[in-house]
Design a protein around this ligand. Sequence first.
Ligand code: PLP
Length: 379
Amino acid sequence: MSTYYFDNMATTPLYDEVIECIYREMKTTFANPSSVYRIAQRSKLKLQNAREFIARYIHAESRELFFSSCASESNNWAIKIALENNSDRNHIITTTIEHPSVLNTIKEYENNGYDVTYLSVDNNGYIDINELQNCVSNNTALISVMFVNNEIGTIQDIKKIAEIAKEYGCVFHSDAVQAIKYFDIDVKELGVDLMSFSAHKANAPKGIGALYANKRLHIKPMIFGGSQERSQRAGTENLYSIIGFHKALEIISARKEEIIAETKEKQAYFINRVLNEIDDVILNGDDKYRHPANCHFSFKNVSGESLLLLLDMNGICASSGSACGSGSLKISHVVEALGIDEEYKNGSIRFSIDEHTTYEEIDYVVETTKKEVEKLRGV
Ligand code: PLP
């Protein structure tokens, strides 16, 4: 049976050029970048080139970019850095729709005495800037608001939030995991202090993340040990994945506008077909201003989990929430936060495409989804 991969916000397949590049480097660049002999210089150079390129990609300085094992680690680290930099304050502001790697980390600090405000969102997933303005104070150590939501594709006004954070001396962290491929990220222009990234959302390997930390911040180590990552995160670097991350971003930068345009066109086609051809379905998130890959629907009177299983039996990979949350029958915290009608919210499914998704694949997915939704409704 063919596979129809419509879960690109969970992870992306590696570009062929990335696989070829990693394979080549595995043979030639095996030396430890911390070693002193000549062949290690090649490893060191590859690491340095990757750091410089990725830093430029987000308009940061290379000394402001740290590699980590994943974005979950970057989020944990960012929150720790922020709270240590504002250690005389004990209030945190975040949102109800953050990734669990932010929410659960903040929960841990809350259990240890921090006061936390969870900003609510409207039914498109936007926070209310007035609500933020009303709760921020000179006691707020950290504001953590994601750039793009991983379930419904909502894009927050990061620049505005950064201005508010600055006014009150709060450290501002943004989880930009879902933004890396399709958005122009200029950390200076946006005014963020900390930003988290993951390579596997941009056709690069899993197990490699990055953290941007503004040079004015005092960084405390995430892992104690050797002198890697300027002594802030010990451990021999995941060099091949870092090289793959670099390669993938080079490919994306070279044709970013086309990638965005192609994906958006396919997204519009997919969304329109679903809304026009399947009864009683709503699109979640903003209908125009959304992540180009994201198509998140709620089907009335349908069990999302049953629909996912039926889609899988037809070769279709989709998701009922974030990958980390699936496997449970619980409705995702993001869907809960949107305040969707009871009869719709159980039937929430995220499809996420990419520039390689074909119109034939979309046609198959729309037609199969319609057939299986009707079967579940007993039509
Ligand atoms: N933040 C967001 C918004 C995500 O979508 C994800 C992954 O799905 C993560 C963080 C965690 O990334 P990683 O898998 O690299 O830990």
